[in-house]
Design a protein around this ligand. Structure first.
Ligand code: ACO
Length: 330
């Protein structure tokens, strides 16, 4: 049975307890707290215990989302995980989560790859599944263990990233003016080389030579990414508002990918929404890629910032380049 819209029934996050501060980093590479704070707004990030994997964090986030929704994991009929740092190349991280959650009851579980936009891409898929009536309970998770693919000797990237997971459980909503109002997805393969992990796939399998040249680790052209992130997140945000007949004043909270504070300041200026209406956790989490949007949502709800009826604007951009926006009436 089709449904006019889908709604977020519950949210959750998984945050590793170990904190790595800028001071800690300044003992590992030639950097300083002042440089990192001024250029990125990041003060600390969380790092996952080496004995654990992405599916452990994702399961924690997914379990919280189910608990908050009052839904048993056995009732979840689809699990979508957005990640570029899954447990292994295959099978998907989502099937590990399915097993750990005890959510195996005839449903499906799969990963999608859209880097930092992975959560909003998953939200779009989940929303369409629910609207179409194909699935009733869809768990959408963004999870990253970026600490495993970062070059800890490259000061231009290692200061930016952190580990984490965020999740939402989607279900049908009968009021078309509530829930997920729209999603917009974009990508442009012209820019595959500005942010990528070169080795480790069929293009260049992992070899001793690839490892010696560090091609299995994150490579980024920071300036290029910065430019596209500001421009495209702003454009996608404006398009999302226009599509719903809304303008910037209607937005209560912007839940944007926490890439870095300067990118968010740029988006704020271009969209015409003051930065105090952006919920921020980049100072405490760093850039957690696909985990960042669901993590800010969960934290904002926990802190009582989001009220029933509030309008939420989500946007993210990452490697691909892939970017997206979504509008949600809470
Ligand atoms: N500590 C101290 N100095 C540093 C560091 C560091 N951690 N990193 C770079 N520098 C130095 C550089 O070596 C350079 O020195 P030089 O002038 O002697 O050559 C100087 O600082 C300036 O370097 P730039 O790279 O030009 O610095 P910039 O102002 O562009 O800031 C940054 C770099 C923060 C990465 C910026 O380009 C940026 O924000 N880019 C966006 C990238 C991003 O957030 N990516 C995340 C993944 S994608 C996404 O999530 C959207």
């Amino acid at each position: 049975m089709t449904s006019p819209s889908s709604r977020i029934l519950g949210t959750g996050r998984g945050v590793p307890p170990r904190v790595l501060t800028n001071q800690d980093l300044s003992r590992m590479v030639d950097t300083s707290d002042e440089w990192i704070v001024e250029r990125t707004g990041i003060r600390e990030r969380h790092i996952l215990d080496p004995a654990l994997a992405a599916s452990d964090l994702a399961t924690e986030a997914g379990r919280h989302a189910c608990e908050r929704a009052g839904v048993s994991p056995s009732e979840v009929d689809c699990i979508i995980v957005g990640t570029v740092t899954g447990d292994c190349p295959f099978p998907s991280t989502a099937v590990f989560v399915q097993k750990k959650l005890g959510a195996i009851a005839g449903g499906c579980a799969f990963d999608l790859s859209a880097a930092c936009a992975g959560f909003i891409y998953g939200l779009a898929l989940g929303d369409n599944f629910v609207r179409r009536g194909q699935f009733r309970r869809v768990l959408v998770i963004g999870v990253e263990v970026l600490s495993r693919i970062v070059d800890w000797q490259d000061r231009s990237t290692c200061v930016l990233f952190g580990d984490g997971a965020g999740a939402v459980l989607l279900g049908p909503e009968s009021d078309p003016k509530r829930g997920v109002l729209s999603t917009h997805l974009f990508s442009d393969g012209t820019y595959t080389e500005v942010l990528l992990q070169q080795a480790g796939g069929s293009r260049e399998p992992i070899t001793a030579e690839a490892i010696a040249a560090k091609r299995h680790l994150v490579k980024m052209n920071g300036r290029e990414v910065y430019k596209h992130a500001v421009r495209n997140m702003a454009q996608a945000s404006k398009l999302a508002l226009e599509a719903n007949g809304l303008d910037s004043q209607d937005v209560n909270w912007v839940l944007a990918h926490q890439a870095n504070l300067r990118i968010l300041e740029g988006v704020s200026e271009r969209v015409g929404i003051p930065l105090d209406r952006f919920y921020l956790n980049v100072d405490r989490y760093g850039n957690t890629s696909s985990a960042s949007v669901p993590t800010v949502l969960d934290e904002a709800l926990e802190r009582g910032k989001i009220k029933t009826g509030d309008l939420l604007l989500m946007t993210a951009l990452g490697g691909g380049l892939a970017w997206a926006s979504a509008v949600v009436r809470w």
